[in-house]
Design a protein around this ligand. Structure first.
Ligand SMILES: N[C@@H](CCC(=O)N[C@@H](CS)C(=O)NCC(=O)O)C(=O)O
Length: 221
């Protein structure tokens, strides 16, 4: 199988964590694919994923799976260990709910940075992102204890990738001070081999971009 991949993508990271956790790393060939909202996608990705996004997983029969949710669920049916997304019932709903929240936070972080880096960012749009982020982190904090009690799975993986993205692009935000239960949980789960091995890395040349005023705006210093 061929995975459209980048070391910078939090959504690709979800897939990489699942591959690690389920012992399937050697089933996938990673192909570096560069995408960005501000850059029109080329045929390298569009031929496989018409939405022009990564991750995208090309199966051996030529079909392509996207997005990360579909890929992770597919991979989870291809191993003999404990399922990361339980088959049915309350446990499945719990993981799907957390996945939606984690992925939603990641989406906001990506969109917020895109807006912020525009020549004239729209203050109203940024304010909307800010409120949604605070509300989401409040919800994550309130539910952090339940995650320890729930077997590790896709829900926790999505939330880990969302928080990893905050740390990656907004290092120094000091979110841990405002959300201590979440921080404790995050620290503990960050020790997993799959999480350590997939930390997001920026291999692009430095842009001189300054996110400090955005950190002030977020007021989580
Ligand atoms: N819902 C999608 C989101 C994927 C996504 O937004 N990926 C980013 C990279 S982290 C991307 O491809 N951005 C390029 C674009 O939106 O055109 C998923 O879960 O895979």
């Amino acid at each position: 199988m061929k995975l459209h991949w980048s070391p910078r993508s939090p959504f690709v990271r979800k897939v990489m964590i699942v591959l690690h956790e389920t012992g399937q790393l050697d089933r996938v060939e990673r192909v570096r694919t560069v995408v960005a909202v501000g850059t029109p996608p080329g045929p390298d990705i569009l031929d496989d994923n018409p939405l022009g996004k990564i991750p995208a997983l090309v199966l051996d029969d030529g079909r392509c799976l996207f997005d990360s949710r579909v890929i992770c669920e597919y991979l989870d049916t291809r191993h003999a260990g404990q399922r990361l997304l339980p088959d049915d019932g309350e446990a499945r709903l719990t993981h799907l709910r957390w996945q939606a929240l984690g992925d939603g936070v990641t989406d906001i972080l990506l969109l917020m940075r895109t807006e912020y880096l525009r020549a004239q960012p729209d203050a109203t749009i940024l304010e909307g992102f800010r409120r949604k982020l605070f509300a989401s982190f409040g919800r994550l904090e309130a539910e952090a204890e339940q995650w320890v009690a729930t077997p590790f799975g896709l829900g926790q993986i999505s939330v880990l990738c969302a928080i990893g993205q905050l740390d990656f692009r907004y290092a120094g935000s000091n979110w841990q001070a405002a959300y201590p239960a979440l921080a404790g949980w995050y620290d503990a789960y960050s020790q997993r081999d799959s999480v350590k091995a997939t930390a997001v890395v920026d291999d692009a040349p430095p842009t001189g971009e300054d996110t400090h005023s955005l950190l002030d705006f977020l007021q989580i210093r």
